[in-house]
Design a protein around this ligand. Structure first.
Ligand code: ZN
Length: 264
């Protein structure tokens, strides 16, 4: 933030007539010494991964994620938990990155983006080429034995299921759990600390595909604003930070990011 004294932000710039939002954001990206992206489910929707908060979509339609994807549900009955989560893991593992993931990877390649902080567990940012990705909700990349700590890559998990449908550690017989943050679990402290440090240092935070309502992601834009940085919010639907955003785009996330890349 050093040297940036006239860093104004607030609602005025969002509604002020001027160049199209994509060009304004391209200008902010060029001027920013440190830009960090913060992404949520909306980035992966074009890859065919429904946002579970969207009613009536996909496999979350028939279940309450707060109940079935809760750490207590796993501890009580791992086979029942896996009866649901096995299908989710397989589904997520088959998805491919889309152009929104690729646009963020391209910004990093061009030296315009320091890191991606994501709530998504699907690993699609890395598969699109992003190098520095902070996963605040963990990921499907590995699953771990809750007794001995042995870790198993996504491809190996299918081999762990017993006849009852629970994933069992071949080394100690313990229960294996995906390394994603389930409801009721603590967030990974290292990832949270890194995300907060980045948010604090950012001249510009690019909030993409998130309603910015779920902790910890909901707290990070405020950290950037307090440090004198600006926000760009690219997502469909309202967020609590719309009036604070220097740039607000609410169209298709792929088209919006493509427009920003084209304007650079
Ligand atoms: Zn084990």
């Amino acid at each position: 933030m050093a040297g940036q004294v006239a860093n104004t932000h607030g609602g005025s710039s969002a509604s002020r007539p001027g160049p199209p939002a994509a060009e304004r954001l391209a200008g902010l990206l060029r001027d920013s010494g440190c830009t960090v992206a913060l992404t949520g489910a909306g980035v992966s929707v074009p890859s065919g991964i429904p946002d579970f908060r969207t009613p009536g979509e996909g496999i979350w339609e028939k279940v309450d994620p707060m109940e079935v994807a809760h750490i207590d549900a796993f501890r009580r009955d791992p086979a029942r938990f896996w009866g649901f989560y096995r299908q989710r893991l397989r589904m997520l593992g088959e998805k491919e990155p889309n152009d929104a993931h690729r646009a963020l990877a391209e910004l990093e390649r061009r030296g315009l983006l320091e890191a991606v902080i994501t709530q998504n567990i699907d690993t699609l940012h890395q598969r699109a080429g992003s190098e520095r990705v902070i996963e605040v909700h963990g990921s499907i990349r590995t699953s771990s034995c809750q007794s001995c700590g042995a870790a198993f890559r996504l491809e190996a998990v299918e081999d762990l299921f017993d006849e009852g449908g629970a994933a069992i550690c071949p080394q100690c017989g313990g229960d294996v759990k995906p390394d994603v943050v389930l409801f009721g679990e603590l967030l990974p402290a290292d990832a949270i600390a890194e995300a907060e440090a980045l948010a604090d240092r950012a001249d510009l935070m690019l909030c993409v595909g998130s309603s910015l309502e779920v902790y910890p992601v909901a707290g990070l834009p405020s950290v950037t604003l307090r440090g004198g940085g600006r926000l760009a919010v690219i997502t469909r639907g309202p967020t609590p930070f719309d009036s604070d955003a220097a740039v607000r785009m609410d169209g298709d996330v792929v088209a919006d990011l493509d427009a920003v890349l084209a304007a650079l």
